[in-house]
Design a protein. Structure first.
Length: 674
């Protein structure tokens, strides 16, 4: 869209309502025309680098916490607030209202003070990276702090594809037939945006005062292209760091299984190179969340004159648990539940209808008794309306399987008791559903099994139990052994492994014998390190012995062991070192256990570079090595394996390059004649 056409549309439309209400469909007051025009205005605003962070906040609101709704007779205000999403209506205005840990707010504030307020001239562009789970208040924190400190915000929002559709007739060239319409790539648009935002001040909108020239650029909505090609982002940032005149803030939400987006977009080396400051937010704490929800519910109950009731403590707790520390999701759940007049759990909320006290505090009488955990396994699966798909960090998921908490079997029933001849297999009821735990860890079943295999022994006390558990692990391995059916059977495989380990552990079979294990550190599987070493060896073998035209496996199992038996000293040092390392079984060497790498509570547990992509990467590297086969590559490979420097005294020492060349010719003959 050209700038002129964009401007024309803005002036003719004369839109004052910039934001479409998020629940238009829900409340049934959709006005398509207005939403379309507001969309156009929004896009034009982006083209002009207008900050939309404030627009996101919606209409100017009267702070419901400071305004007494009960005494407010203005019907219009009430209608407006009823149809407004509560996350906008109750968005925090001051630091004290933020449901974010004080320390985090102070960290962000200190960074903004250093890099915006006390910023020395010609300092270059600094980068701040805010990470954490979705809805934990990262954006809200930036909004509140910039407002309080009087800092302008210029925000990048990804251009909509609709823009291209609208412009299609203009850019489609009929004469050249299938010429694709020309449009700028997302990367170059982002690059241009940064240039402009860096150079020019924010446009002054009607009713806005630009009393300050202090500003930051915020990227909350990362261009998708950078997920595919992070190096494009890195190049742009390198330039920005040199030429930038104001700080740049990235807000990136963690993915369900951990921090993979951040790792991809801002790997450690880039963070060090560009001096990126990373502040990581935690999920909103349940106590803070409950306080915010109670406050909102009380305000709404008072304002609605009894139409909306205050949920009891148990219902609020249910919403908090279901939202996994996401305040946006929690407030939305609260609003949906209140709106429908529906109950959250066993009609507990509707039971308290009409009991809302004038003080707005939840009535203690409405507390419901905690449900007995009958039937065991899926008791923690009850979700509040709109509850999120909770995810579990691998550390916790493994803990749930290995510690396998149980509940006693009810005395009044025999359904859970096995016949006498199977009595040794009697167990108390499990509190978890192993398959759900594996699913929530967002990890491939096979990899999850590896983690179980690495860690289960520490939790066992009886050798017979270990034998049974290892049999289950073997069966699980067989299930996922056939590549044809691997993807289908992987779920069953992890089910067999986790249930097998849980059931085999007789030391944790009943509630009364479950104590005493204490905290056990968890470790990453040795397989990961060994597999990595194997991949490196494959690369090295192909690179160093490419003249043998064999597969990496053939080289390592046939060629290199054979070469190791020959006493011909004429080989280059890298080859000698590799033969020494891979071609001989070190019978005399004492083997200790490999040093285990601890698994931390927020570790995603995935291999470096993430599994699927890693395989591709390795293949690509192999191909590249085959084609180029340069000495530089070889050196790099060997130094990564620590092979470059030392040569064992037992090995023949390196000789001149000429001799090496001759020797290689000779060796091929020897090998072929065998
Ligand atoms: N007390 C509060 N503290 C923080 N946010 C609140 C509070 N009350 C309401 N909210 C609303 O909750 C939402 C929090 O979402 P926010 O955009 O800040 O999350 P985020 O961490 O940036 O995650 P995402 O990247 O998914 O947007 C905002 O819409 C905010 O207005």
């Amino acid at each position: 869209m050209s700038k002129t056409s964009c401007r024309r549309k803005v002036t003719s439309a004369k839109i004052t309502d910039w934001v479409e209400p998020s629940f238009e469909d829900f409340f049934g007051n959709t006005s398509k025309a207005s939403s379309q025009t507001s969309g156009i205005v929004k896009r034009c605003a982006q083209t002009k680098n207008e900050s939309s962070l404030e627009n996101k906040q919606g209409k100017k609101r009267i702070n419901p916490f400071t305004k007494d709704h009960a005494s407010d007779n203005n019907q219009h205000t009430f209608d407006y607030s009823q149809n407004d999403p509560w996350i906008d209506k109750y968005r925090p205005e001051i630091q004290a209202e933020l449901a974010v840990h004080k320390k985090k707010i102070e960290e962000v504030e200190a960074w903004l003070k250093t890099h915006v307020e006390k910023r020395p001239q010609k300092q270059g562009g600094q980068i701040l990276l805010l990470t954490g789970p979705p809805g934990c208040g990262k954006t809200a924190t930036i909004q509140v702090l910039t407002k309080e400190m009087g800092i302008q915000v210029q925000e990048w929002i990804n251009p909509l594809m609709q823009e291209f559709k609208q412009d299609l007739p203009e850019v489609f060239d009929r004469d050249t037939r299938f010429q694709p319409f020309t449009s700028q790539s997302q990367t170059s648009l982002f690059h241009d945006f940064l240039l402009r935002a860096n150079k020019y001040n924010k446009l002054q909108m009607v009713g806005e005062s630009l009393s300050t020239d202090r500003k930051i650029i915020v990227v909350d909505d990362m261009p998708n292209q950078f997920y595919r090609d992070p190096s494009a982002l890195h190049d742009i940032l390198r330039r920005f760091v040199k030429t930038g005149r104001c700080p740049l803030v990235f807000i990136i939400s963690d993915s369900l299984s951990g921090e993979s987006h951040q790792r991809r977009l801002f790997p450690k080396e880039i963070q060090e190179e560009l001096v990126v400051n990373n502040i990581s937010f935690n999920p909103v704490a349940p106590t803070t969340m409950t306080k915010v929800l109670t406050r909102i519910a009380s305000t709404e109950a008072n304002a609605s004159g009894g139409k909306i009731i205050i949920p009891d403590k148990a219902s609020l707790e249910l919403i908090c648990t279901g939202s996994s520390g996401d305040i946006r999701s929690a407030i939305n759940s609260l609003q949906f539940s209140a709106r429908q007049g529906s109950s959250l759990k066993n009609d507990s909320w509707s039971k308290s209808r009409g009991k809302a006290s004038k003080s707005g505090k939840p009535s203690s009488k409405s507390k419901t008794k905690k449900e007995p955990r009958k039937g065991g396994e899926n008791v923690d699966e009850v979700q509040a309306i709109g509850g999120k798909d909770a995810s579990l960090f691998l550390f916790r998921a493994l803990g749930k399987i290995l510690y396998c908490k149980r509940d006693p079997v009810p005395d009044d029933t025999d359904v859970y008791r096995l016949p006498a001849h199977l009595s040794e297999y009697n167990r108390d009821l499990l509190l978890i559903l192993p398959e759900a735990v594996v699913e929530k860890s967002h990890m491939n079943g096979e990899l999850f099994n590896l983690y179980l295999h690495q860690n289960y022994l520490e939790f066992f006390m009886d050798i017979d139990d270990v034998v049974r558990a290892s049999e289950y692990l073997s069966s699980a391995d067989v299930l996922s052994g056939d590549w044809n059916s691997r993807s289908t059977l992987s779920v069953y495989s992890s089910s067999v492994a986790s249930r097998g380990i849980i059931h085999s552990n007789s030391a944790r079979a009943f509630v009364n014998c479950q104590g005493g294990v204490g905290f056990k550190p968890l470790h990453k599987p040795q397989w990961l390190a060994i597999n990595k070493k194997h991949q490196e060896n494959c690369l090295a073998a192909r690179s160093l012995f490419s003249t043998f035209c064999s597969t990496p496996l053939g080289l390592q199992t046939q060629v290199v062991p054979y070469l190791a038996m020959l006493t011909n000293p004429l080989r280059n040092p890298s080859q000698i070192a590799f033969i020494q390392d891979v071609g001989r079984l070190p019978l005399k060497r004492q083997f200790g256990r490999l040093k285990l790498e601890a698994l931390t509570d927020k570790d995603s547990g995935l291999p470096d570079g993430e599994s699927g992509e890693e395989d591709n990467l390795t293949e690509m590297q192999i191909e590249r090595n085959d084609a180029g086969n340069s000495m530089a590559d070889r050196k790099e490979l060997l130094s990564s394996q620590g092979l470059e420097s030392e040569l064992p005294a037992s090995q023949p020492q390196p000789v001149a390059a000429q001799a090496i060349m001759e020797d290689e010719e000779l060796k091929i003959e020897e090998y072929d004649s065998d």
